[in-house]
Write a protein that binds this ligand. Sequence first.
Ligand code: 6MZ
Length: 364
Amino acid sequence: MEWCESMPKIELHAHLNGSIRDSTLLELARALGDKGVIDFSQVEHVILKNDRSLSEVFKLFDLIHIVTTDHSSITRITKEVVEDFASENVVYLELRTTPKKNDSLGMSKRSYVEAVLEGLRAVSSVDVAFIPYNEEPRNLSSTLLSGVNENCYGNPRKRIFVRLLLSIDRRETTEAAMETVMLALEMRQFGVVGIDLSGNPAVGDWITYLPALRFAREQGLYVTLHCGEVSNSKEIHDMLDFLPQRIGHACFFEEEHWKRLKSSNIPVEICLTSNIRTLSVPTIDAHHFADLYKAKHPLVLCTDDSGVFSTSLSNEYKIAADSFGLGRKQMFELSKNAVEFTFADNVVKEDLRKTFNSGAENLE
Ligand code: 6MZ
């Protein structure tokens, strides 16, 4: 196995529906085609197309949502996405998704999130720890937090910590955003740790979501923002003023924004393939990863939408190593440092530090 696959990794920026397997998306689309809900022949080439601009990506998401947004599909996708990340040695996954309402399917934002939780429970190939330590009944917590479980043949079973972020879509109203925050608060006991602001960056106005984001923070939820995915100097400025606990992308930053970002030390979720494929950054050589890495700014490599961009976290580590001339040890350090930028509690962080420390011994 290549070093980038075998190395323990932390994924902090993965959208549930963007991480869907191609095969699952095609299967679900074909089934809807058979029912006459969509015209599969029109949809197939859109799914299989490789190069997409940022605006085309959001058109694809609208299509993906038609195909995936029912309870059983959401459960299935969650299960598969967690299994896929675990299979490439992601040891902590912060999965984000936009709770959706669809009256015709009897779906509320709450039942959508419940379907996601059902997916976490359905994972069988690895141990999934998603209930926070202080919520866990004693007997379960000792199993899930006491290192690697042994199966009956004595082989260590893989284990992954999963935490959830609920996303506010930039198309939503202030009230809808607030509903998502209230739901996140109710769902804290099931591993919801924060709020993400995402969606088409060409749509909506920062002021619309601000009351909900402020409320989330006051209530102790973590906040991460998609920031600077398109050129919008004022919005980037205002977002940095808000001091979120992390930001994603940071592609269209100007000198003043870099200064603010660096002085505030806000960790950046870097999505190399996504940024290149959507032309948010012209070439990999021009990517701001290089400058931020050199400046020792807190960074974490992430996939964004592993299904839509046909990538994996291991692949993102390989691309970074090859493009920026970094060795295995440096990549391991990068991965290990991400533990500190997770929105997990200290018990989980301590457990992850131990995982990385024992991984470091193997690196020698
Ligand atoms: C901004 C993105 C995104 O929430 O249905 N999303 N938002 N920028 C991006 N860069 C390419 N990639 C994904 O997952 C899909 C949703 O995540 C957001 C969009 O709102 C998209 O509809 P969920 O699980």
